[in-house]
Design a protein around this ligand. Structure first.
Ligand code: F6P
Length: 541
């Protein structure tokens, strides 16, 4: 077991006695920033504001070696069935493989299928954009309604939002996920069925919310069109070709997916079709190329010069040796405001587990709670807790150096806040400093005595800062791949399978049973008094 490893216990002892005071480390080493920052695939990582010294990093590296991180990394890229409970390969990396090398799954090179699907996406985007593909009354498409949930929603939606400056003007892409009727109502209201293209995104085509929303969209469409017009306006992305055809979608309008791509890792597949329609195929390919650059870095860089490895190890340090329950993602960039939600699924659905690959219950914590929001908004909401709570909450700050707007003074303020927040978390302020400042401000002694302790900031609160020149499709691809591989690194260390999600099944099953009871009052199946009580209130409202 992990906790029996010498490196694990040495690290544990190290953290218990290290008592690292970040401000002192910066004062003692003017080269600290240089020592703990580097660039890769268009991203610069400053990890100097962490509870680390050379010994910490060496012990973390040893831990990575003890769990054979490099061997498992190689196994993933080579298409081995590392998704052990579903006996599947994990090959979202094949979807952005620009090496011209084959990737084998069960002895078959999958790259030809990947290339042909990319061509299908390119052709489709071109035909819609040029007007070659038109609606049933001969009009060009003006709107796309993308229906999907989880990875079939978060990826295309959040990446399209993040790349707003690259969105094509002639086509507006809308996203529907929730089964709450408000969502699809809000999206469909005001759209013209003659010029609306509907894309059903579902790896399994068994997800109840998505099936319900697709049917509602079809009913909406058929209120003014006929069944044979469906083939012009509905396309589907799924592994479940049969179910898509049964739904009435033409085979030519079905984009394949594969079971060796997990839902939360699928934005690089045809699940990214709405994104490609939104930003154009060329930009979509740049997005893929950025991820490929990060893949190459992850595969080639030595552990201590490896961005996903370092970010993954730092997350383990805080989660398992400093009692951190969560990890905050703070993009100081309005267009990246959705990123925390994207990383929530990526990280929490991958590593929110407590049984190891060897079927043993872990005796240590695993995936953290991921949360966050755009900066500077968080400063006026939850930063108080991050600055002065007892629980360490590691933060990932990130921002583009150059904006897509011409308001330089705004960007200067954004940068100043981003850097100032991480500085405040790092250095804090002692009671002596507070008293000196209040004395200088001529505060009354009584007020100083009353307030000083409330103004003390412990400091040594860890954060990373990620900088990139501009959020281009390529940089965004690198950034997302960085977090994918960080999650992979942590899953390897925690010795769990990051690529299944058995924990979502029971809720789905019980949800279906409750729905049956809501719909059919004659059903006498006895449930617990709470569920039955809730159903009764609902049914009699
Ligand atoms: O939440 C479970 C899950 O399977 C996610 O992993 C997935 O992204 C989502 O539901 C949607 O699944 P599908 O694309 O098969 O509809």
């Amino acid at each position: 077991m992990l906790t029996e490893l010498l490196s694990w216990n040495t690290l544990k002892n190290h953290c218990q006695i290290a008592n690292i005071q970040m401000k002192a480390l910066f004062e003692a080493d003017s080269e600290r920033f240089k020592r703990y920052s580097f660039s890769a695939a268009g991203i610069t990582l400053d990890y100097s504001k962490n509870l680390i010294n050379e010994e910490t990093m060496s012990l973390l590296t040893q831990l990575a070696q003890d769990v054979q991180l490099e061997k498992l990394r190689e196994a993933m890229f080579a298409g081995q069935a590392i998704n052990s409970t579903e006996k599947r390969a994990v090959l979202h990396t094949a979807l952005r493989n620009f090496s011209n090398q084959p990737v084998y799954v069960d002895g078959i090179d999958v790259m030809p299928q990947v290339y042909s699907t990319l061509k299908q996406i390119r052709d489709f985007v071109e035909q819609v954009s040029t007007g070659e593909k038109k609606g049933y009354t001969g009009k060009d498409f003006t709107d796309v309604v993308s229906i999907g949930i989880g990875g079939s929603f978060l990826g295309p939606k959040i990446m399209s939002e993040a790349l707003k400056p690259y969105q094509q003007k002639h086509l507006k892409v809308h996203f529907v996920a929730n089964v709450d009727g408000c969502h699809i109502n809000d999206v469909l209201t005001g759209l013209d069925p003659e010029t609306t293209l509907v894309i059903a995104l579902s790896k399994t085509l068994t997800t109840q919310e998505t099936l319900r929303n697709i049917q509602t969209a079809k009913d909406w469409f058929l209120a003014s069109a006929t069944q044979q017009d469906v083939s012009l306006h509905f396309v589907c992305v799924s592994t479940n070709i049969e179910a898509a055809q049964k739904f009435g979608i033409d085979k030519a309008n079905i984009f394949p997916m594969w079971d060796w791509v997990g839902g939360r890792y699928s934005v690089w597949s045809a699940i990214g079709l709405p994104l490609a329609l939104s930003i154009g195929y060329e930009n979509f390919e740049q997005f893929l190329r950025g991820a490929y650059d990060m893949d190459c870095h992850f595969q080639e860089a030595p552990l201590m010069e490896n961005m996903p490895v370092i970010m993954g190890l730092l997350g383990v340090l805080y989660r398992n040796f400093y009692g951190a329950q969560s990890q905050v993602i703070l993009p100081y960039y309005h267009y990246l405001r959705g990123l925390p939600a994207y990383i929530q699924q990526l990280d929490m659905e991958s590593n929110g587990k407590s049984v190891t690959r060897d079927n043993l219950e872990t005796d240590y914590d695993t995936g953290p709670i991921i949360w966050g929001s755009e900066g500077t908004n968080g400063q006026h909401s939850f930063h108080q807790l991050i600055h002065q709570s007892k629980t360490p909450i590691p933060v990932d700050f990130m921002m583009p150096l150059k904006p897509h707007h011409d308001k330089a003074e705004h960007h200067d303020m954004l940068a100043a806040n981003c850097f100032g927040q991480s500085q405040a978390l790092m250095q804090g302020q002692t009671e002596e400093e507070v008293i000196a400042a209040m004395t200088k401000a001529k505060c009354a002694t009584q007020e100083i005595e009353k307030l000083a302790s409330h103004k003390v900031m412990k400091g040594s609160k860890p954060s990373n800062t990620l900088l990139f020149e501009r959020l281009t499709p390529k940089t965004l691809g690198s950034l997302i791949a960085l977090y994918e591989h960080k999650v992979f690194v942590q899953g390897v260390i925690w010795q769990i399978n990051s690529f299944d999600q058995w924990g979502v099944e029971l809720g789905k099953t019980l949800g279906r049973q409750v729905l049956n009871k809501i719909i059919d009052a004659s059903l006498s199946v006895e449930m617990d008094s709470s569920t039955d009580g809730l159903i009764d209130i609902y049914r009699n409202c």
